[in-house]
Design a binder for this molecule. Structure first.
Ligand SMILES: Nc1ncnc2c1ncn2[C@@H]1O[C@H](COP(=O)(O)OP(=O)(O)O)[C@@H](O)[C@H]1O
Ligand SMILES: [Mg+2]
Length: 266
């Protein structure tokens, strides 16, 4: 596949929770087309359905309506084999990097597990080089970290380690659900730059989920603006920020004064 081939698409994808009076339509008939090597941001305020959509994309939640296509075919996740193949291609990082794995395991084990997951049979020396390489991709020193427990690391270091895992697993698609919302400002820009680097060096498709249209603009090719479960506007990041069509998009942009001042877009 080349950089711009269509990878994942959705038509009228819907997720309803509950029944009757308690029914919530978290994702409401959304259409999307995500391409190889594209960085897409899904932007919307809390409760707009972003995480629910992320889980549908991950194959962790089943849509209640509509259809998802992967590589031009209806996505099938019924058998164990189908799910295994899909999860090899799609990985995620979440808001809280500490939530994703066992806190009693040291950094070295966390990284070794990635090598195991890939089914690679490597010598001790090769394992070491692979882990070292992954750490240097995210500007961490394996020698300083391998013997530490997660609680001895900062949120930013931990999130970078999560990205080092992604670097090792090299999935086709990375879904990053608010990956910078629990880290300090300095780590935030490092993390965003690493997402860009993953795309540039590995042609990864990245779906970046955020409530911050400023961050989204900084990293993405394409923006999808989500409100109450629906995409109210989508398009190339630049033109969407310069000429927003939907009132909700305008409101999100107005809520981020730095877009106007720092990027001279006012
Ligand atoms: N498992 C669930 N059961 C019932 N309602 C849910 C569930 N998960 C999410 N929701 C509801 O769906 C809506 C969207 O939530 P979510 O996808 O988490 O939004 P976001 O990530 O944009 O904050 C919210 O109203 C939320 O309460
Ligand atoms: Mg969320």
């Amino acid at each position: 596949m080349s950089r711009h081939d269509l990878l994942i698409s959705g038509r009228q994808v819907t997720k309803e929770f509950g029944y009757g009076l308690k029914k919530t339509t978290a994702v409401d008939r959304v259409d999307f087309d995500f391409h190889e090597g594209e960085i897409i941001s899904i932007v919307g305020e809390s409760g707009s359905g972003k995480t629910t959509l992320a889980k549908i994309l991950m194959g962790l939640l089943k849509e209640t309506g509509g259809a998802v296509e992967y590589k031009g075919k209806p996505r099938q996740l019924k058998s164990h084999k189908e799910r295994k193949a899909y999860w090899k291609d799609i990985q995620a990082i979440f808001q809280d990097p500490f939530s994703s794995f066992n806190l009693f395991h040291k950094v070295e084990k966390l990284l070794l597990d990635c090598i195991k997951l890939q089914g690679l049979k490597l010598s001790r020396e090769e394992q070491f080089l692979k882990m070292k390489d992954a750490c240097s991709f995210v500007n961490l020193k394996f020698e300083e970290l391998y013997n530490k427990y997660p609680f001895e690391l900062s949120g930013g270091q931990m999130q970078r380690l999560m990205i080092a895992r992604i670097f090792m697993l090299h999935p086709k698609v990375l879904i990053a659900d608010e990956p910078t919302s629990m880290v300090d400002a300095c780590s935030r820009s490092t993390i965003l730059d690493m997402l860009l680097k993953l795309r540039d060096e590995n042609n990864m498709t990245i779906i970046f989920i955020t409530h911050d249209v400023g961050l989204a603009y900084y990293v993405s090719d394409t923006l999808y603006i989500m409100q109450k479960g629906q995409f109210v506007e989508r398009g190339p990041a630049e033109s969407l920020i310069l000429a927003p069509q939907h009132p909700y998009t305008r409101q999100l942009i107005n809520d981020v004064p730095k877009i106007h001042s720092e990027w001279n877009l006012a």
